[in-house]
Design a protein around this ligand. Structure first.
Ligand code: NAD
Length: 249
């Protein structure tokens, strides 16, 4: 197993159809003890219980710095260490540039970008003390091509911000043995886009994907586990595209 004795935190991991839960499951299959962090309404404890009794679910709102700090502290108290953080929580909104309100901007950037900063800040002292750690941030193809399929420009901006933040943290914390990398998923079938793409539009999208299918959560999970694991021990600051070839660049 790749992650025996490791403790892995994942934000936004409770949605059973999401990338986060698929990743949590694969981390657990590789031997990690997983701490699922999510909003109360998403029932992180219930999701963790589905993985097995050794796994933990904690309520945490990544937009709230104190909530992130409480979650990291509780994870250390319950599991003794933090080896891996997956910054996965994110929301999107279909908007045109002119329609983005201040509240829309705050909502989208706060979860993906502020949340990635706050949760990373919360675990970094523990990782630095241990002189080891791996942080994987979920960005999006939307960051790279200026718009994915559903998200508005503020979503592209948030996810592009995640790429910059992750690369900067990779530079800053390499000296402490901490790796920071990103995954940029293409279109993956989860609740974030369920029922939102009409069939006729889907065919046009598939025509642009060389592997000719939309992704499954496990397609992303495998790449996150790779980056989190010692297999990727000389990778930091990288962006791993997981999009079926939608963006070859
Ligand atoms: P999802 O809606 O199933 O999962 C998002 C999770 O984030 C949910 O469990 C939700 O409760 C949680 N969340 C929302 N706000 C939060 C907050 N303030 N604090 C903590 N948790 C919060 O969507 P998904 O498709 O699984 O998305 C996971 C990540 O992947 C997101 O960052 C998303 O932007 C990104 N992504 C998804 C796709 C795709 O096509 N599905 C493509 C590229 C990137």
């Amino acid at each position: 197993m790749l992650l025996a004795d490791k403790v892995a935190l994942i934000t936004g991991g409770a949605g059973l159809n999401g990338l986060g839960f698929a990743t949590a499951r694969m981390l657990a299959e590789q031997g990690a003890r997983v701490v699922i962090l999510d909003l109360e309404r998403a029932d992180p404890a219930g999701a963790a219980a589905k993985l097995g009794p050794q796994h933990v679910g904690l309520v945490a709102d990544v937009t709230d710095k104190a909530s992130c700090e409480r979650a990291a502290k509780a994870a250390v108290e319950q599991c003794g260490r933090i080896d891996i953080l997956v910054n996965n929580a994110g929301i999107t909104q279909p908007r045109k540039t002119g329609d983005i309100t201040g509240a829309d901007y705050d909502a989208v950037l706060d979860v993906s970008l502020r949340g990635t900063l706050y949760m990373s800040q919360a675990v970094l002292p523990t990782m630095r003390a241990a002189k080891t750690g791996s942080i994987v941030c979920i960005s999006s193809v939307s960051a790279q091509r200026g718009g994915g399929i559903l998200g508005g420009p503020h979503y592209s901006a948030a996810k592009a911000g995640v790429l910059g933040l992750a690369r900067a943290m990779a530079r800053e914390f390499g000296i402490d043995g901490i790796r920071v990398n990103c995954v940029t998923p293409g279109l993956i079938a989860t609740d974030i886009n369920k029922g939102l793409i009409p069939d006729d539009r889907m065919q046009g999208i598939l025509d642009q994907i060389p592997l000719n299918r939309i992704g499954e959560p496990a397609d992303v999970a495998g790449c996150v586990v790779f980056l989190a694991s010692p297999l990727a021990k000389y990778c930091t600051g990288i962006t791993l595209d997981v999009n079926g070839g939608m963006l070859i660049h």
